[in-house]
Unconditional design. Sequence first.
Length: 315
Amino acid sequence: MKAFYATRYGGPEVMQFGEIPDPTPGKGEVLVRVHASSLNPVDWKVRSGIARPITGFRFPKVYGNDVAGEVVGLGPGVTTFAEGDRVYGSAGILVGHPGAHAELAAIAAKGLHRIPDPMTYDDAAVLPVAALTATNGLRLAGPVAGKKVLVNGATGGVGHYALQVAVAWGARVTAVCSSRNADLAHELGAELVVDYRSHDVASLHMQWDVVFDTASTLGGVAARGIIAPGGAYLTPLPGPGAIGWKLLNAVSGGPRVIIANYRGLNEDFTELEVLIAEGEVRSVVENAFPLDRAAEAWALSQMGGARGKILLRVP
């Protein structure tokens, strides 16, 4: 099969497009003919080797956590899907499973969900990691109806979903993004938009009940002063500082520090699909690439600043 794969851990130079052997689904896995995938920071972070004790040292490795495609084979013990089913979900690259930037992928059945009609493969491929990270993070923060929520990186992958879900759940949202994306942030429901290039949110002398740092650029020091008493700080990309702050605040009684993670239960997919069907949430895709131009998609993702999600189509 054709794939965009890594020959070792490292930077962009370790990736190449070419032929590798077709995967075979193991116990509890299904073989998916991939129609579309998308990019998330976790893809190039795993490629760098930060999780190598878990992801292992067997190469070539295919990355790409988001997957949308058609079931074309079943591994032993799989009864929840049949050949021909349209599915989407997470490949689980963070725990060492092969990814979806390839023509075929062997994916754990428990990580997949049927694509509802009339959702297309493109529609489904951009949702899993980013949209479900956003919804689960806000769920962990507790009810947000009537509360003030700040979303940092509000027009990025996780951010543009977090903005919309917070609004759908009744929050008053402040979006932090570039001035280029201010109109988009307002369209998605933000009451106030702050251009991070010209304003430091700490200088606004405002406080929010929930600060969702989807870009993970605020950090604990900057966020501490803008979180209202009893409030929460959320990050999908926790570094040592955020984890240390979480442990310290658990003892000292400071703001709750929440790791906004992908959960991916069937109920999570269903909840998200309802928000989409009711018009409360939509995906923004400004950039789409075919699989043989995956290197460009990865470079754009790592550069940052893309509006919404970056889509990868597999012919």
